[in-house]
Ligand binder design. Sequence first.
Ligand code: N01
Length: 494
Amino acid sequence: MGGTWYWNRYPGARCDSESFYYCYSFSEELEQEWEWSSKYPEQPEILRYLEHVADRFDLRRDITFETRVVEARFDDETGFWEVVTEPGERFLTRFLVTAVGCLSAANVPEIAGLERFRGEWFHTGAWPKEGVDFKGKRVGLIGTGSTGIQATPVIARQARHLTVFQRTANYSVPARNAPLTPERAKEIKANYAEIHRRTRESQAGFPYFPVERSALEVSEERRQEIYEQIWQEGGFKFLWGTFNDILRDREANATASEFIRGKIREIVKDPGTAELLCPTDHPYGSKRPPIDTDYFETYNRDNVSLVDIRSSPIVEITEDGLRTEEAEYPLDTIVFATGFDAMTGSLLKIDIRGEGGLSLRDKWAEGPRTYLGLQIAGFPNLFTITGPGSPSVLVNMPVAIEHHVDWISDCIEHMAEEGALRIEATPEAEDAWVEHSNEVALETLYYDARSWYLGVNIPGKPRVFMPYAGGQPLYREQCQAVVDEGYRGFELRG
Ligand code: N01
């Protein structure tokens, strides 16, 4: 139970969106009875919430745990999907809805020698339930994405020594986590309807009021004032609540990127380490921006060191540690905070075959193609929740997920009313959507980074910008227009 929040129980794992909008919105009773402890709850609390939801709505009786789906085949004649699980059990279903997660297929990089390492190693996305004891250990952590940035300060407080191996320096903004006071909790509970409305109408699923100003239309003094104020507030607001062109205009973005570099230089005492931590090869926000609690401050500790594996790459893992081109690092524990085969990885792990035995792996060999990120031409009655081609990971996830769940439920209900048994995206609609998605992505700065959004983190993966970058309002409008026009772009058959 809990998916991503079951597996990602690494030290420091907590939400990057605030609790009161990183939650379900379908039940008033649920939101009134659940008490969040803080702005950014830790993984155990989110998992408790998900378990509570399952119990409260009696969902467990409909869930089969410990069941890996390995195959799903569409039968042209019967119009049913046959789903096969690892022990070989077969299920027939008319509709198949995948909710396999955008960031669930762990990426453990192929580094020579890992099998002979005598210490312990872990990937953050498959963390042991019993936890890991770092006390007295020399720990190496690879990866400085959102996960590495959350884990670093917590591991540093436990380990004898922590060495962080950094390939790409990352921008991070303080979370400013704090307990939710009873007054604040009361205020939130009184305003949930408005909060949810705003999350659904905003670009990225956050209830911030939209900002209309460009970073280039205010004076330097005013710009710094705004950045400083929102830096003090913390969180994703730095991307979405400062100026409206940070992700669209390189010059505007440069002001935000430089502001963050200035903060890193202020916080980190050793100038060499500070410079190494300053990102210079991509604009702020072109990779998924992390938020942190004491990340940069951690490099002021005596037991923490930073190794630049961009200039001196990892060569191998030895029996006793890790060797880069320049030096050898003795380690007891290695933590891979190396991310995921995002958006397509967990779908393609399943052998999915559509009409005429068409394999999804073949169809997506050059990168994912979908209609609205909801369906794939050639794969009737298969729906993909937050699939590639939908805003998914660019939006606060519960908001994106609920939108898809509602759309798919309404669609299936519509089919029942119409006596339709089969729905399939047409190849023309899919082509047009892929073209439109590419166009809107090109209007952003997302191509300026080597990110998992583009599949660059996985060797050999086609370089395609996978989520829909047009923003939530435009996306929702188009999904609704498709419905209003009788499921335009889909073929429905009785
Ligand atoms: O993974 P990442 P993540 N050798 O792919 C490095 C969500 N999330 O687990 O940047 C050396 O972002 C890689 O280096 P580089 C969130 O959407 C949410 O941190 O490719 N290094 C990078 O530094 C996030 O974006 C929360 O050069 C290697 C790091 O590993 C997504 O999950 C919390 C390497 C991977 O960063 C993934 O984040 C945490 C190699 N071979 C995460 N391969 C919330 O709170 C990779 N790296 C909601």
